[in-house]
Design a protein around this ligand. Structure first.
Ligand code: PAF
Length: 161
């Protein structure tokens, strides 16, 4: 598994190996567990190259303390991913993903107004902001998301349809 922190290096490597191959993307915020590994495994059954990312996305946290306290153990996550079919791990810096302080507001068909969205205003906009950026940088044929957070899944499906 290749690990990249710089987008330019990640992108040039991906383009080199991509050619006629298909790419699946598994975005994560780290603290990897079996469900993430299952996503990688599922993705690898259908797509040629599995790209994972680990990025604790500040835009989806309503609370700075929660963001600061979010568990981070990159070395452990890398060790875990090394035993999977993940071909490339991208660990972007915030500045490589976002070139403006402004959060783009997407039409989420009010799906973010209910349930968790009621208690975490802006959370789902933050999620789609980062997914939008990743999709623009990676151009994957498919992306794989956990099903535990069903509202997130529905919102991402709506956003990317
Ligand atoms: O579900 C998560 O871990 C995050 O919301 C995601 C999809 C990686 C976006 O930061």
């Amino acid at each position: 598994m290749k690990v990249f922190k710089l987008y330019s290096e990640f992108d040039s490597y991906l383009n080199k190996i991509r050619e006629n191959k298909t790419v699946a993307f598994v975005p994560t915020m780290g603290s990897l567990h079996q469900a993430h590994l299952d996503l990688v495994e599922e993705a690898s059954k259908v797509y040629d190259i599995v790209v994972c990312s680990i990025f604790v996305n500040p835009r989806q946290f309503n609370n700075v303390v929660d963001f600061k306290n979010y568990p981070r153990d990159i070395d452990k996550d890398i060790r875990i991913l090394q035993n999977t079919r993940c071909a490339i791990l991208y660990l972007p810096k915030e500045s490589e993903l976002y070139n403006s302080e402004e959060i783009e507001l997407f039409d989420l068909n009010k799906l973010d107004n209910y349930m968790e969205g009621e208690y975490r205003p802006g959370h789902f906009q933050g999620v789609v902001n980062v997914i939008d950026r990743f999709f623009a940088l990676i151009h994957p044929e498919a992306a794989f998301f956990g099903q535990k957070d069903i509202q997130q899944l529905i919102i991402i499906k709506y956003f990317s349809s």
